[in-house]
Design a protein around this ligand. Structure first.
Ligand code: SER
Length: 380
């Protein structure tokens, strides 16, 4: 089953069960939401409806949300972590509750997708929040043979996204050894003092990565072997390049431009990393251009997401500028200057310097970094 079909099946499944399908919001969050730099979950555009505001879509919605998570940027390339992904989710604001949410998820995974569940997890409880026995009973009633594992706050409790807000226990579904679906039961409000109060209106917030689900259905070892990456991997043959260029294209589509601050800096880092890897693998810059083309023309995104007409121009300008900076910096290092100048004069982080100056003394560099930080903070 192709990824576009999986996405449609998910949305149709929930539409048939009384959910309004809401288009993905931008990867740039609403200006009133300062909790994150990028949209990291499907629930983000619906946050106000869990608390005060009335949802204009009614109480039950579903979406496939464009998400960016760059906290694990260094881990991309290990075939599991993506900086951009689509999150399939169904949500309820004061509508249905645990029984329906779990039954829908079970039915979708086992019947609609034909996958078998390895095991599910639930919240084991702690001094502040009770064990989620209700979910255990619901799962047992659906399938008495299912393995149910219990975990603590680290694994089976979600939120709040900021200091305070709605949060609650989760139940998670594992397929082929990976977590595939996270179902959050928003039943508490964590206040600024860190205390948990019962929410007046409970809420459902679920998230399932389209890429992971596609990987399970297409029986692949990594997300980069699925149809979502087939064409980009054929051109670039590098998961880092395929991932970073795809994320950059989606960021630019939502108006992000390379810069030295905030979102623009994240985009800049992604493009620089993509270029550095291309350089290492002796891949021409032209190939990066071709990867952009493959993302923009991808059948899974056709008619669903709009891209910026000048995407290639923005990326190529940025890469050309970076190329020049890098070559000038490298010439200086060759002329026996300390690789640390690549940081002080050219703003290159260690992660990039390591790629271009393979014998860089990392410990020395880190010490220099420390000194540099001390000096710059004491001069403030
Ligand atoms: N908000 C939860 C998550 O990000 C479920 O969608 O995993």
């Amino acid at each position: 089953m192709k990824s576009e079909e999986i996405r449609s099946k998910f949305l149709e499944f929930f539409q048939k069960r009384g959910h309004v399908i809401v288009p993905s919001s931008s990867v740039v969050p609403d200006k009133n939401d300062l909790s994150v730099l990028f949209t990291t979950a499907g629930m983000q555009q619906f946050k106000p409806f869990y608390l005060r505001e009335k949802s204009p879509y009614g109480s039950n919605v579903a979406s496939s949300q464009k998400c960016v998570r760059t906290s694990d940027i260094e881990e991309v390339g290990d075939e599991r972590h993506l900086t951009f992904f689509e999150m399939l989710g169904n949500f309820s604001f004061g509508g249905y509750w645990k029984k329906e949410a779990i039954s829908y998820a079970h039915e979708f995974i086992t019947k609609e997708m034909g996958l078998s569940i390895d095991y599910v997890t639930i919240f084991e409880g702690d001094s502040e929040v009770f064990e989620d026995k209700e979910s255990v009973n619901i799962w047992k009633a659906i399938d008495p043979n299912l393995t149910i594992k219990k975990f603590g706050r680290e694994d089976n409790f979600w939120g709040p996204t900021g200091e305070s807000g709605p949060c609650g226990p989760t139940t998670e579904i594992y397929v082929n050894g990976i977590e595939i679906w996270n179902i959050v039961f928003n039943e508490y409000f964590k206040n600024v003092e860190g205390k948990f109060e019962k929410l007046k209106q409970t809420g459902i917030d679920t998230g399932m990565g389209l890429e992971r689900l596609t990987m399970a259905l297409q029986k692949k070892e990594t997300v980069f072997e699925t149809d979502l990456f087939k064409s980009t991997m054929q051109v670039a043959n590098s998961s880092i390049i395929a991932d970073h260029i795809r994320t950059s294209v989606f960021m630019i589509a939502d108006g992000v431009l390379p810069s030295n601050t905030d979102r623009g800096y994240v985009l800049r880092r992604l493009l620089r990393r993509a270029y550095i890897h291309a350089r290492k693998l002796k891949i021409e810059t032209e190939t990066l251009n071709a990867v952009i083309g493959k993302v923009v023309e991808h059948p899974s995104y056709k008619g669903l997401y709009a891209f910026a007409e000048n995407t290639k121009e923005i990326v190529m300008n940025e890469i050309e500028k970076f190329k020049k900076t890098l070559e000038t910096g490298l010439k200086q290092v060759k002329a026996d200057r300390d690789p640390f100048t690549l940081f002080t004069s050219f703003g290159l982080p260690l992660e990039i310097i390591k790629e271009v100056v393979p014998n860089v003394d990392e410990d020395k560099f880190k010490k220099q970094m420390e000194e540099h930080r001390k000096l710059s903070s004491s001069s403030l």
